[in-house]
Design a protein around this ligand. Structure first.
Ligand SMILES: O=C(O)CCC(=O)C(=O)O
Length: 262
């Protein structure tokens, strides 16, 4: 995993082809396209995600396949290394699952504004690691491929329209994984080709960052979680309600109002 982490440090991203098999991609896409309408958000023109795009949030609760991807050893070994700088020597569980969602870009969608998902430009030690998984081939201009601005993870400013000139599309077959330091400017490119382009986003953040979705509070997981998975998903990053806000244990067990079974 060293070349991946070297690239994450030097240019802010690394592209790994054939991370998922075609069969994995097809099975995941089948799950996503069968989600009930209330589980997906159709974005409107002017929304952050742009018109002609769909977002399926919190997909981890929909299938063991997504759970397995979020806990994939290959992914976690990159995360272990990525978060090493900035972690105290004896600190346990320095990062947590931040989010896992899917995004569909339909024909004639405009390019997405270049942005950073860490929300803090140029921050180092890095705060968040994103991994994008292509469920479709993105082999040509017009296929909606993710664009990245190499080196922008170090910029002490936010993206501007002029950065578009330095954005390069990540062309790759379905199954490609893009590991990206979440400071790196990126966004999908315009889609002019026919059909839908699906992508899964998986992200990990340092344990003290608020998870944008209430991941440990989902009551119905697709399967029983292991203790290790509960740690990874942030179940132990919330102080118990019986302790003061700066209590003896900064990282307590989940408050008892949360169902502990499954
Ligand atoms: O669809 C893509 O290629 C990138 C998506 C993205 O940047 C995001 O959802 O924040």
């Amino acid at each position: 995993m060293t070349p991946i982490c070297d690239d994450l440090e030097k240019v802010g991203y690394h592209v790994l082809p054939q991370f998922l098999t075609d069969a994995d991609c097809d099975a995941m896409k089948d799950i996503l396209t069968s989600l009930p309408a209330e589980q997906v958000v159709a974005n409107q023109s002017g929304d952050f995600h742009g018109g002609r795009t769909v977002l399926a949030p919190n997909i981890i609760i929909h299938s063991e396949r997504f759970l397995d991807l979020a806990t994939d050893r290959r992914v976690l070994s990159v995360a272990n290394k990525f978060f090493e700088f900035g972690t105290f020597k004896n600190e346990k569980d320095p990062y947590q699952l931040h989010l896992m969602h899917a995004r569909m870009v339909a024909e004639e969608a405009d390019e997405q504004e270049l942005h950073i998902d860490s929300r803090l430009c140029g921050v180092n030690p890095p705060l968040i690691l994103h991994i994008f998984f292509y469920l479709e081939d993105c082999l040509d201009e017009g296929s909606g491929a993710t664009r990245v601005v190499p080196g922008s993870h170090r910029y002490m400013r936010y993206s501007e329209p002029s950065d578009n000139a330095n954005a390069i599309p990540v062309l790759g077959k379905k199954g490609t994984a893009i590991f990206i330091n979440s400071n790196t400017y990126h966004g999908s490119s315009a889609k002019t080709s026919a059909g839908e382009r699906w992508l899964i986003t998986l992200a990990f953040s340092r344990w003290w960052i608020r998870q944008p979705f209430a991941i440990p509070y989902f009551p119905h997981w697709p399967r029983q979680l292991t203790a290790e998975e509960k740690n990874l998903f942030g179940f132990n990053n919330y102080a118990d309600k019986s302790l003061s806000s700066r209590g003896l244990r900064a990282r307590g067990e989940l408050p008892s109002l949360v169902p502990t079974e499954n």
